[in-house]
Design a protein around this ligand. Structure first.
Ligand SMILES: CC(C)(COP(=O)(O)OP(=O)(O)OC[C@H]1O[C@@H](n2cnc3c(N)ncnc32)[C@H](O)[C@@H]1OP(=O)(O)O)[C@@H](O)C(=O)NCCC(=O)NCCS
Length: 182
C-alpha cells in the first residue's frame, strides 16, 4: 500500500512538465533526444521504457502509447505451449528525429519510425515508417510525403503565436472565429 502511494506521487511529480517527464523517462532507461516534448504522460512508455529510443525535436500528443510487449502470449502460456515455462514476447521501438505523433496514436512492438514523420491522430503503427512521410490509419500506412503535406498546408489558414501569451492567442482565435476565417 505504502509503495503504491509512493509510486503515485512519483508519477504525479514526473508528469508536471516536459522537462520532468523527460528526466524521469531517461532515469528509467529510455533514450529521449534533446528538445523532445511529451504531451502524453510518462505512463505512455509502458512497463519497459528502456526499450524505447526517441530522437531529437519530437512531439508526442496526449494519449499516445508505446507498446513494447505482446501480452497475447499469456494465452499460449496458459495452454502450456512452452513446456511449462511462461514466456514473454518483447521488441524495442525506435523513433527518429523531428517526429510528431498525433493524439491517441499507438506504436506497436518492433516498430521503427524514420526522421521528419507525422503520425496521424488515432493511428496504430504496426510496421516501420520511412523518413519524410505522413502516415495515418489502422494499421498506419503512408498517406503522403512531407513535401505534399507542406503543399497542402501552406494554402490553409495558418497562425503564428510566437511571442504571444495564452490570452493573446485566445483573443486572436476568438476574433478569427467571429469573422468565420477559422
Ligand atoms: C495526419 C494529419 C497531419 C494530416 O493532415 P492533412 O494532410 O492536413 O490532412 P487532410 O485533412 O488534408 O487529410 C488528408 C487525407 O488523410 C485523411 N486523414 C487525415 N487525418 C487522418 C487520421 N488521423 N487518420 C486517418 N485518416 C486521416 C483524410 O481523411 C484525407 O483522406 P482522403 O485523401 O481520402 O480524403 C492530421 O489529420 C492529423 O491527424 N494531425 C494530428 C492532429 C492531432 O493529433 N492533434 C493533437 C493536438 S496537438
Amino acid at each position: 500500500m505504502f509503495k503504491k502511494i509512493v509510486k503515485r506521487i512519483e508519477l504525479w511529480y514526473s508528469n508536471r512538465n516536459w522537462a520532468s517527464k523527460r528526466k524521469y523517462l531517461i532515469k528509467k532507461g529510455a533514450v529521449i533526444g534533446e528538445g523532445t516534448r511529451l504531451n502524453c504522460k510518462v505512463q505512455a512508455f509502458g512497463t519497459e521504457p528502456y526499450l524505447i529510443t526517441c530522437g531529437n525535436d519530437c512531439l508526442f500528443a496526449g494519449g499516445v502509447s508505446f507498446i513494447t510487449h505482446d501480452g497475447g502470449i499469456k494465452v499460449l502460456n496458459t495452454l502450456n505451449k512452452f513446456n511449462g515455462r511462461r514466456m514473454s514476447k518483447l521488441a524495442q521501438i525506435k523513433i527518429g528525429n523531428n517526429v510528431y505523433i498525433g493524439q491517441n496514436a499507438m506504436i506497436m512492438p518492433g516498430v521503427e519510425i524514420g526522421d521528419n514523420v507525422v503520425i496521424g491522430a488515432g493511428a496504430i503503427v504496426t510496421h516501420n515508417i520511412p523518413d519524410n512521410v505522413v502516415a495515418v490509419g489502422i494499421p498506419a500506412t503512408v498517406k503522403k510525403s512531407i513535401d505534399e503535406y507542406y503543399e497542402a498546408t501552406v494554402n490553409k489558414k495558418l497562425f503564428c503565436f510566437e511571442g504571444h501569451s495564452a490570452e493573446e492567442k485566445e483573443r486572436i482565435l476568438t476574433e478569427a472565429k467571429k469573422k468565420g476565417v477559422i
